[in-house]
Design a protein around this ligand. Structure first.
Ligand code: PLP
Length: 382
């Protein structure tokens, strides 16, 4: 098979699996128990949390471990008060967009490449806005958002509020599920107060995520019980999962430049193959501010669902938009937001490269996709 859907899921490496195993067998202890082996496990859990946190320039205590990015996004939204409002980029993942519906919220527009419209953001930053949520990189287009610039705008708004005597908080949350292996992150440099991390997208286990919580940010628990994770997310710690996440982070640390270089070359070769197709492809987003492993592409006039089915028969796996929204059978809200026509949306594929790709399988995949596109074109139009 040739797997081209790393934005949806990544394989857990042998190293990660090996690091996780002892915590399901010999070191199965509950870290909250009082005896020595349990305390040792607690220590290893805290070490793993520290490793994950250090990767984004934070400390283990700044993280709340969750059951994935969805839960972390849900927890982040609790930062807003009953009277406060959330501003959210219209192209965010459903796990953000669905959760903000529990609060007062407005959406901020994206441009045709998926980049946040900063003029719209500024116009919507009214005095009741308490939280702004903008992902690090979009999961359908790979568009990288200018978080440092956004945080600078928020600083200016905070200052002007201070001058007016308004004490409403103004926080920045970023869902950094995508792009963790390709962008060096530092929460202080970026100026984010809350950041969602996702193990499943960096060759860690599924169902493991974290929310970075900046100092002084107050949240409401997503679950209550044994008081774990500073009382914000009760439940026995997923030691194996967190150790797996930390090991996965270790594997990408310091390799982002090399990874970007690798994927830039592979995407270029894939693009040049697709350009030979009978339907002129529209490459979505822009490489100027796009994750290097993303190649979202539309073949207007063709049906992406059919293309996926034909590719599946040849064991080439890609998706239409986000895997989860695709399963709902609705047109992608992201592609609609960037102004694609229905015809362009219907013909859109999301190709995302990753650890399972190399020069030869990407070249092979390019050839197969082009053949499938040409075959569909011939069936419909020739
Ligand atoms: N946010 C983004 C940007 C994602 O790509 C995903 C996963 O596809 C999620 C959130 C949800 O992650 P999880 O399924 O781990 O809760």
């Amino acid at each position: 098979m040739i797997y081209l859907d790393h934005a949806a899921a990544t394989p857990v490496s042998d190293k990660v699996l090996k690091a996780m195993k002892p915590f399901m067998t010999d070191d199965f202890f509950n870290p909250s128990s009082a005896y020595l082996p349990a305390a040792r496990v607690r220590g290893m859990y805290e070490d793993a949390k520290n490793k994950i946190a250090n990767f984004i320039g934070a400390k283990g205590n700044d993280l709340v471990i969750t059951s994935g990015a969805t839960e972390a996004n849900m927890l982040a939204c609790t930062a807003v008060s009953k009277t406060g409002k959330i501003l959210v980029l219209e192209t965010e993942h459903a796990s953000v967009l669905e959760n903000v519906k529990k609060y007062k919220y407005s959406t901020v527009k994206a441009d045709k490449t998926g980049l946040i419209n900063l003029t719209d953001l500024k116009a919507k930053l009214t005095d009741d806005v308490e939280l702004v949520s903008v992902s690090l990189a979009n999961n359908e287009l790979g568009t990288i958002q200018p978080l440092a610039e956004i945080s600078q705008i928020l600083k200016e708004v905070r200052l002007s509020r201070l001058k007016k005597g308004i004490t409403t908080q103004l926080l920045l949350h970023s869902d950094a599920s995508q792009g963790l292996a390709l962008i060096e992150l530092n929460v202080a440099r970026l100026g984010v107060d809350l950041m969602t991390l996702n193990a499943a997208k960096v060759c860690g286990p599924k169902g493991v995520g974290a929310l970075y919580v900046g100092h002084g940010v107050r949240l409401n628990p997503v679950s209550m019980g044994g008081g774990q994770e500073r009382g914000l997310r009760a439940g026995t710690e997923n030691i194996a999962g967190v150790v797996g996440f930390a090991t996965a982070i270790d594997a990408v640390k310091g390799h982002s430049t090399a990874a970007r270089k690798k994927y830039t070359t592979l995407v270029k070769s894939l693009k040049s193959e697709l350009e030979k197709a009978k339907v002129e492809p529209i490459f979505l987003g822009t490489p100027k501010h796009q994750l290097a492993n993303f190649l979202p592409v539309s073949f207007p006039g063709l049906d992406a669902e059919r293309l996926i089915f034909m590719l599946e028969e040849k064991e080439v796996y890609v998706s239409t938009g986000a895997a989860c929204s695709a399963s709902k059978g609705e047109p992608s809200h992201v592609l609609r937001a960037i102004g694609l026509s229905s015809k362009e949306i219907a013909g859109s594929l999301r190709i995302s490269l990753g650890v399972l790709n190399n020069e030869s399988n990407v070249k092979e995949a390019g050839k197969i996709i082009r053949e499938v596109v040409d075959k569909e074109y011939a069936r419909l139009y020739d």
